[in-house]
Design a protein around this ligand. Structure first.
Ligand SMILES: [Zn+2]
Length: 137
């Protein structure tokens, strides 16, 4: 049972189950953080408006709200991006294509997946791809 072909490079069912659990947990966390941020942004939006008139105030108080909103918006964008990555990783698990490189089709090293459960490509393609992109410029 243990000694199947190339078993070292392919995820065991146990590893897959653990990663799936990890991804599902991360998804729940992300969904919670996203909805927290959304309601925070909504309340910030309600505070905006009249406050902006104080922009020329030396204290800079008026700008505070907008800076917060900007920071929240960029954080929200990051979280949404991560949530999509997690969703797609879970979809790949469903489809049975999880753990294989999207570029070369080879299995992604289990250690890499343990470190980055949403990884889509193997280290070789990832670094090779980045180098190739940098070289094209
Ligand atoms: Zn690859």
């Amino acid at each position: 049972m243990l000694a199947t072909l190339d078993s070292a490079d392919v995820l065991s069912p146990e590893q897959q189950a653990r990663l799936q659990h990890l991804l599902e947990h991360e998804r729940t966390e992300l969904v919670g953080q996203i909805s927290d941020l959304e309601s925070e942004l909504e309340s910030l939006a309600q505070q905006e408006g009249p406050i902006e008139v104080q922009f020329d105030d030396e204290s800079g108080e008026g700008a505070g709200v907008n800076v917060d909103a900007d920071r929240d918006r960029s954080l929200l964008a990051q979280l949404r991006f991560q949530a999509v990555e997690v969703d797609e990783a879970l979809a790949r698990l469903e489809a049975g294509t999880y753990g294989f490189c999207e570029d070369c089709g080879q299995p992604i090293a289990p250690e890499r997946l343990e470190a980055i459960p949403t990884a889509r490509s193997c280290v070789r393609c990832k670094t090779g791809g980045l180098l190739a992109r940098a070289g094209r410029r």
